[in-house]
Ligand binder design. Structure first.
Ligand SMILES: Cc1cc2nc3c(=O)[nH]c(=O)nc-3n(C[C@H](O)[C@H](O)[C@H](O)COP(=O)(O)OP(=O)(O)OC[C@H]3O[C@@H](n4cnc5c(N)ncnc54)[C@H](O)[C@@H]3O)c2cc1C
Length: 407
């Protein structure tokens, strides 16, 4: 399955460990996740993942971490988690995403303050708070991460007062929002400065002036909770900005690109989970005297699903390898990598929606009931198509790798 020549035995061992974890801790209970409104079960699973060293993995060794910042094995881990439950996979992986700017920038003040906790035995959660609500004149949503808008639509304002940042604004939809211990908040010091004004600033959950809305009621992805976040004169030390003017913008765009690769993998895992189920079901269920999958019209549908999964996997692995080799393919914040990561994400999300939809079709009414989880895979993967720029901004970002796309 992970048979590309650039994948090492060590990478395969990471994937294997997560596959075993998913089989043991998630598969038997995944049908209970949607009703786990207080998140007791979900947090138990996240704690079990922490027990196997998941939480500390990306942090530097000096804090007790494993220094695992490579995107290739991380993407393979995302696929394995997506096969189990992409909501839990999201909640589990967003913490590393939130800390990546500080880790990449080697920000000692942020790491000294927060890394020891995240490298400890208790469950901790992080949130990458980028998205904002739209206003009457637009902005918010995709405009925040659209690289051509260069941070000019960001409305969360950070002002330096003495040795502190004072932050005012509102964030929306952050995964783990309301649950997280630490937030990496995307701000601007001045929207007119464009990329130079972009600031990624770390804010602990107990900061004065930070408050949250109620959890959103979504179609799926219950494992990942989201809510509005309000920052009202929140003060943090000035050293808690990830890096500085210009560099924070590169860290932001690089983080968006990494997320597109990883959520492509999450989508492939989700599709694989549904495909495994439908393969078995169409072997067991006899219609018109033969198993469903022995009818050519149905075999053709299964072939299309397999083609989608295999090509999406091959491409996200390729993009992950490229991301890990900026010396060959250029830095992650440039258009080549943005384009490749967007191809991976747009294609994989479309494949997951197609595969889960067809799996339900081939299973008839049984695809539509909760017992087989196929309808859950279908509900869960739809958001992968919509988030991180959606299919439309994603496609425009694909074009940026080929020509001077001015859209
Ligand atoms: C479960 C979940 C988890 C999330 N996790 C996080 C998180 O951890 N952190 C975070 O910051 N955010 C998170 N988000 C937010 C998510 O990334 C945004 O919702 C998403 O980027 C799109 O913003 P929007 O929903 O406001 O859509 P809009 O920006 O309103 O977009 C609507 C439509 O317009 C299209 N569009 C956008 N821009 C253009 C353009 N330039 N040209 C043409 N069409 C365009 C879009 O593709 C889409 O079809 C999450 C959302 C959900 C639901």
């Amino acid at each position: 399955m992970f048979d590309q020549p650039f994948i090492t035995d060590e990478h395969r061992m990471v994937a294997e460990a997560y596959r075993k974890f998913v089989d043991k801790e998630i598969m038997p209970v995944r049908h209970l996740v949607d009703d786990d409104k207080d998140h007791n079960l979900i947090k138990k699973i996240l704690q079990a993942m922490n027990d196997m060293g998941h939480q500390k993995a990306p942090f530097p060794e000096e804090y007790g971490g494993a220094n695992m910042t490579s995107t290739l094995p991380a993407s393979m881990m995302h696929e394995e988690l997506g096969r189990g439950d992409s909501g839990i996979g999201t909640a589990a992986t967003v913490s590393a995403w939130a800390f990546m700017p500080a880790i990449m920038a080697g920000n000692k003040a942020v790491l000294d303050r927060f890394a020891p906790d995240f490298c400890g035995t208790e469950l901790r959660m992080g949130c990458f708070a980028m998205t904002e609500p739209g206003g009457s004149h637009g902005g918010g949503g995709c405009d925040i991460e659209n690289p051509t808008l260069k941070g000019k639509k960001i409305r969360t304002l950070a002002k330096l007062e003495g040795d502190e940042w004072v932050i005012n604004g509102q964030k929306m939809w952050g995964s783990n929002a309301g649950d997280a211990d630490v937030y990496c908040v995307l701000c601007t010091t001045d929207p007119n400065l464009g990329d130079e004004g972009i600031a990624l600033i770390y804010v602990p959950a107990n900061a004065k002036g930070l408050s949250f809305g109620k959890f959103e009621n979504k179609a799926g992805m219950e494992g990942d909770r989201n809510c509005a976040m309000y920052l009202d004169d929140v003060r943090v030390p000035k050293e808690w900005r990830a890096a500085g003017p210009g560099v924070d913008a590169k860290l932001l765009h690089g983080n968006v690109v990494a997320a597109r690769v990883n959520t492509a993998a999450l989508a492939v895992g989700n599709a694989r989970g549904a495909f495994e189920t439908v393969l078995k079901y169409t072997e067991d269920r006899i219609v018109a005297d033969r198993p469903i999958r022995q009818h050519s019209i149905c075999a053709g549908m299964l072939a299309d699903m397999a083609i989608g999964i295999e090509t999406a996997r091959a491409y996200y692995l390729n993009a992950a390898y490229m991301f890990d080799h900026p010396e060959i393919y250029g830095p992650p914040y440039e258009n080549t990598m943005l384009s490749r990561a967007s191809i991976a994400k747009v294609h994989a999300a479309d494949v997951a929606v197609m595969v889960t939809n067809r799996a339900m079709e081939l299973m008839g009414s049984y695809g539509y009931v909760r017992e087989y989880n196929v309808e859950k895979y279908w509900r869960d993967c739809k958001i992968i198509q919509l988030w991180e720029g959606g299919g439309q901004l994603g496609r425009l970002d694909v074009c940026r790798g080929y020509y001077d796309c001015q859209l």
